[in-house]
Structures are given as structure tokens and as C-alpha cells.
Design a protein around this ligand. Structure first.
Ligand SMILES: [Zn+2]
Length: 95
């Protein structure tokens, strides 16, 4: 079951082929698929617990947000850079 991101209109296939998410809303639109990708990174001999999975998604999300922020700054897209910075700040706060 794959959907379409309501914000940027990308499908999961688009995201997977492109190797990156179209926008921060993709995280919510493709949560299930992203979970499977993160789990797959560890091979089949290990079953990560829910907590491990959340940590891995969290770290991967941060990394992608940082990459997006760099590219937004490089293209002088300061509106997007500001949004990404806010998202990063939210991700970085301890619960
Ligand atoms: Zn999107």
C-alpha cells in the first residue's frame, strides 16, 4: 500500500528511485515504507524492537533534514531552509 505525499505529490516509488524525500511531509505520508527501509538496513537475522526502529528513523530523518537544509541554503531557498531548521530543532529536542 503506497500513497502520495499530499504536499509535494511524490509517490513512494518517486522517493525510492530519487533516493530522497520530496518534502518534510513525506515522513508522515511514507512512514510505513520508511520503517521497512530502515529495518532492511540491518539484514534479516536481526529483528529490531520498536524502540530501535524509532531511534533509527529518528537518526535517518535528522540526517536527511540536514542534507535538505544544506541544499536549501545552497540554492538560497531561505523559506524552505527556515522550515527545515525548525523541523531539525524539533527533532533534536529531547522528549
Ligand atoms: Zn512530500
Amino acid at each position: 500500500m503506497t500513497g502520495i505525499c499530499p504536499d509535494c505529490g511524490r509517490s513512494w516509488d518517486d522517493v525510492r528511485r530519487g533516493g530522497r524525500l520530496g518534502c518534510p511531509s513525506c515522513w508522515d505520508a511514507f512512514r510505513q515504507e520508511l520503517s521497512e527501509v530502515v529495518t532492511g538496513m540491518h539484514g534479516s537475522d536481526r529483528q529490531p524492537g520498536e524502540e530501535d526502529l524509532q531511534t533509527q528513523i529518528h537518526q535517518r530523518k535528522r540526517k536527511l533534514l540536514e542534507e535538505d537544509l544544506r541544499s536549501a541554503l545552497a540554492s538560497e531557498d531561505y523559506v524552505r531552509a527556515g522550515q527545515l531548521r525548525d523541523l531539525l530543532r524539533a527533532e533534536g529536542e529531547p522528549s
